[in-house]
Design a protein around this ligand. Structure first.
Ligand SMILES: Cc1cc2nc3c(=O)[nH]c(=O)nc-3n(C[C@H](O)[C@H](O)[C@H](O)COP(=O)(O)OP(=O)(O)OC[C@H]3O[C@@H](n4cnc5c(N)ncnc54)[C@H](O)[C@@H]3O)c2cc1C
Length: 642
C-alpha cells in the first residue's frame, strides 16, 4: 500500500497547478493599487494601498524610478512576484506611496565558474538561482525549503534553511556583493547606486544583507557558490523522550539536520542528511508534498473539517487527523523520490540542486483553480497563523522541556500543531549581518489554524500556543523570523540585536528622509510607536498580549489568563529560596509590562504561593513600572500599605 502511495505521490509532481495570483492589483493600469501577501491577509487583516506600481526591467529603469520618487518625496517599497512575507513589510504608508516590483528584474547578470560566483538580479527566484548555479555544476549550500522566494525577499528578511555547518544556513551569508539603489541628494540626481562588499564597505554590507527593505532597492546580488555535491537523506521517527538533549547535539552531527516534532504524539522525525561525493550513485529528488499542487475541492473538504473541529471543540478528531497526516507524510518520505518519480527506500541520494528546495505548485499551467498552492486565498484552502522564532541553542533543552511540561498538563493540547505537519525545527548560526541571527539557535516553525471570517472566536488550545510564543520571545529572548509571525513576536525585538545602532546609522545614511520606511518598519526598528494593536479581541490574532479580559474573548470563555508566563520569565526575582537580584531582568520586566500585573495576580494559586515570595513579586511589579495598588489583592496576598 505504502509503496503504491509513494508511486502515486511521486508522479503527482508532474501535475499542473494554477499559479499564485499577483499580490498587486490596480484599478486602472498601474495606478490606484492594493497589495497583500501570498496568503491574502496580513496579521491585522488590512489591505494596503499605493498610488502606483512600477515594473522596472533593468537597473537603469530602477534607478530612474527611485530618482523620480525621491524627487517627489514619495514613499517607496520593493514588492516581489509572490510577496510571501506575513507581516506588513510590503506596505507603503497611506495611499500615496509607490510599489517597485522586482517581477521583471529576474535575469542572470554574470557567471564566473572559475571564481564560483553567480550574479543575479534581485527578482530572481530561489528556484532560478539553484538552476543557474547547477548549469555551472555549482551549488548554493543552504537555502529555504520553498523555492518561490526571491533573492531580494530572502535578503529582506534573513531567510534560511537548516545547518550549523560552514557559515550557517542563511542565504545572505553566501553573498559577496550587493548593488543597492537608494535615494540621493539633488546633486546626485536624487538617486545613488552603491556597490557593497565585505572588503570595500563592511558596515554597509552587513546592514544590506538583512535590510527589511529600508535601505533602498537591491538591484543585483553576487553569490559565492560551492562545487556541486550530493546529499544522502534518511528520515527516522523516534520517541521524543530524550529530545531536549538530542536537539542540542544533532545539528553538529549532520550537516542538513532538521526535525519535525509531534509533541502530543511524543514523537520526533529526525532528518539525517549529509553531504556525500558527487560520484555516489543516486538521482534523488525532494519534491515536498505540501508544496505540490493540491485539488482545490479536496482542500475545501479538509478546511471544513478543521472548521467543524474548532466549532465543536472536537480535539479528539484533531488528534486523530494529526496522527493520520503525520504517518501519511512519513510513509511517503514527505515527497522524496529515489529516482525522480519513485520512493523505494532510504537513504535517498541526489544532487544538491534536486534535494534542497521545492515548490511544484508554482508551476504555471492555468487550470482554472482546479489545483493550486494549498494556501492560495482564491480557494477555500489553508488559512493559518505562523509563529516562527529562533531559540538560542543554550536554552533549547529547557524550552523543549517546558513545552513537554505543557503537554503533560493537557496531552492533546498540541495536536493543533500536528495537522499542519508538526513543528519544523531548523538550525541557524550567528551572522555578521546586523539584523541576522545573533548566535547558534534552533528555529521553531509553528503553524496553526486561523479563522477566515471570525477572528474573535478563540481557537482550540489557543492559550497553550500563546504560552509557547510568549515563553520563547520573552523568557528565552528568541528572535522572530522577520518575514513570518504575528505582531506580538516583534514587541521590543530591536533590543535583541547588538548591532541595531550600526544598522540604523546605515539606514540614516542611505535614506535620510525615510522614504523606504513605513509605520511597520519604524515600529519593529524601535524608531516610532509599538507593534501591538490594542483593541477588543486583539490577543486572538496575536496583535497584543491579553492583559485584560476584553483583549481575549470573555463572552466565549477565554479570559485574561496567560500571566503564568510572567512567573516563568522572572524566576530569579520571585523565587522564595533564591536571593533576588537588585533589579529584575529586562526579559522579566518586558513580560510584566506586556502582560500586566492584573493578569499575573489573577492566576496565582495557593500552590504557586508556596514557591513564590509574594513581597518580592510586589517589588518586581514596582521595579518594572507596574506597581500594585496598596491594599489590592494578588493571589491570596494583600499588598501592604493601604
Ligand atoms: C510556502 C513558504 C515557505 C517558506 N519557507 C521558508 C524557509 O524555508 N525559510 C525561511 O527562512 N523562510 C521561508 N519562508 C518565508 C520567507 O523567507 C520570507 O517571507 C521571504 O522574505 C519572502 O520572500 P519574497 O521574495 O516573497 O519577499 P517579500 O515577502 O515580497 O519581501 C520581503 C521583504 O523584502 C523586501 N524586498 C524584496 N525584494 C527587495 C529588493 N530587491 N530590494 C530591497 N528590498 C526587497 C520587501 O520590501 C519586504 O520588506 C517561506 C514562506 C512561504 C510562503
Amino acid at each position: 500500500m505504502i509503496f503504491w502511495l509513494s508511486v502515486i505521490f511521486c508522479f503527482i509532481t508532474f501535475a499542473s497547478s494554477t499559479p499564485p495570483d499577483d499580490p498587486v492589483k490596480c484599478e486602472s493600469g498601474n495606478t490606484i493599487c492594493t497589495v497583500t501577501n501570498s496568503y491574502g491577509a496580513f496579521p491585522d487583516r488590512s489591505i494596503c494601498e499605493a498610488a502606483k506600481v512600477e515594473y522596472p526591467k533593468t537597473e537603469a529603469e530602477l534607478v530612474s524610478v527611485v530618482a523620480a520618487a525621491t524627487r517627489a518625496a514619495q514613499k517607496m517599497r520593493a514588492v516581489t512576484r509572490y510577496s510571501h512575507s506575513i507581516p506588513k513589510l510590503v506596505c507603503t504608508d497611506g495611499k500615496d506611496g509607490i510599489l517597485i516590483s522586482t517581477k521583471f528584474l529576474n535575469h542572470v547578470v554574470r557567471t564566473d565558474p572559475e571564481a564560483k560566483t553567480l550574479t543575479v538580479e534581485s527578482g530572481v527566484t530561489l528556484r532560478q538561482l539553484i538552476e543557474e548555479a547547477a548549469k555551472m555544476d555549482l551549488a548554493l549550500p543552504y537555502a529555504p525549503y520553498w523555492w518561490g522566494l526571491t533573492v531580494g525577499g530572502m535578503m529582506g528578511t534573513g531567510a534560511h534553511g537548516s545547518s550549523l555547518w560552514g557559515k550557517g544556513s542563511s542565504v545572505h551569508d553566501y553573498v559577496t556583493e550587493i548593488r543597492m539603489v537608494s535615494p540621493g541628494s539633488v546633486s546626485e540626481g536624487y538617486v545613488k547606486v552603491r556597490v557593497l562588499s565585505e572588503t570595500m564597505n563592511p558596515e554597509e554590507f552587513n546592514a544590506a544583507k538583512v535590510s527589511l527593505g529600508v535601505l533602498g532597492v537591491i538591484s543585483q546580488v553576487t553569490f559565492e557558490l560551492q562545487p556541486m555535491f550530493k546529499r544522502s537523506l534518511t528520515y527516522v521517527m523516534r520517541s521524543d523522550s530524550d529530545f531536549g538533549d538530542q536537539a542540542v547535539t544533532f545539528g553538529e552531527e549532520h550537516e542538513f539536520a532538521d526535525f519535525l516534532w509531534l509533541p502530543s504524539q511524543g514523537k520526533v522525525v529526525y532528518r539525517i542528511d549529509d553531504r556525500v561525493p558527487l560520484n555516489t550513485s543516486g538521482n534523488g529528488l525532494f519534491d515536498f508534498f505540501p508544496f505540490r499542487p493540491q485539488l482545490s475541492a479536496a482542500l475545501a473538504v479538509v478546511r471544513s473539517i478543521e472548521e467543524s473541529e474548532e466549532a465543536f471543540a472536537d480535539v479528539n478528531n484533531k488528534c486523530v487527523r494529526g496522527e493520520q497526516i503525520s504517518s501519511f507524510l512519513f510513509s511517503i518520505a514527505y515527497g522524496v523520490c529515489n529516482n525522480g518519480f519513485l520512493f523505494t527506500g532510504y537513504p535517498v541520494i541526489g544532487r544538491q540542486d534536486r534535494m534542497m528546495s521545492s515548490g511544484a505548485c508554482l508551476d504555471s499551467h492555468q487550470d482554472g483553480l482546479i489545483t493550486a498552492c494549498p494556501w492560495d486565498p482564491r480557494i477555500n484552502g489553508e488559512f493559518f497563523h505562523q509563529t516562527t522564532f529562533s531559540v538560542p541553542l543554550t536554552h533549547v533543552k529547557e524550552f523543549i522541556n517546558n513545552i513537554k511540561a505543557l503537554v503533560k498538563i493537557e496531552p492533546k493540547s498540541l495536536c493543533v500543531l500536528e495537522d499542519s505537519n508538526g513543528v519544523l525545527m531548523r538550525y541557524v548560526t550567528s551572522s555578521p549581518a546586523f539584523l541576522g541571527k545573533e548566535e547558534k539557535a534552533l528555529d521553531f516553525d509553528l503553524t496553526y489554524y486561523r479563522s477566515k471570517d471570525d477572528p474573535l472566536t478563540p481557537r482550540l488550545y489557543e492559550d497553550f500556543i500563546e504560552e509557547i510564543e510568549q515563553m520563547a520571545i520573552f523568557k528565552y529572548n528568541a528572535l522572530p523570523h522577520w518575514g513570518k509571525n504575528r505582531n506580538i513576536a516583534f514587541d521590543g525585538v530591536i533590543r535583541k540585536y547588538k548591532n541595531a545602532n550600526a544598522f540604523l546609522k546605515v539606514k540614516e545614511r542611505f535614506d535620510p528622509s525615510g522614504l523606504f520606511s513605513t509605520e511597520w518598519t519604524d515600529q519593529i526598528l524601535g524608531l516610532k510607536g509599538n507593534v501591538t494593536i490594542v483593541k477588543e479581541g486583539c490577543a486572538l490574532e496575536g496583535l497584543c498580549i491579553c492583559s485584560e479580559d476584553s483583549h481575549c474573548a470573555p463572552t466565549k470563555g477565554y479570559l485574561c489568563r496567560p500571566g503564568i508566563t510572567v512567573l516563568m520569565g522572572c524566576p530569579y526575582s520571585i523565587d522564595k529560596k533564591l536571593p533576588a537580584p537588585r533589579t529584575p531582568s529586562e526579559g522579566c520586566c518586558t513580560l510584566v509590562r506586556t502582560i500586566g500585573m492584573k493578569c499575573v495576580c489573577e492566576v496565582i494559586t495557593k500552590g504557586m504561593e508556596a514557591t513564590i515570595d509574594m513581597q518580592k513579586l510586589v517589588n518586581v511589579a514596582a521595579a518594572c513600572g507596574r506597581p500594585l495598588a496598596p491594599g489590592s489583592q494578588c493571589g491570596s496576598y494583600r499588598v501592604p500599605g493601604a
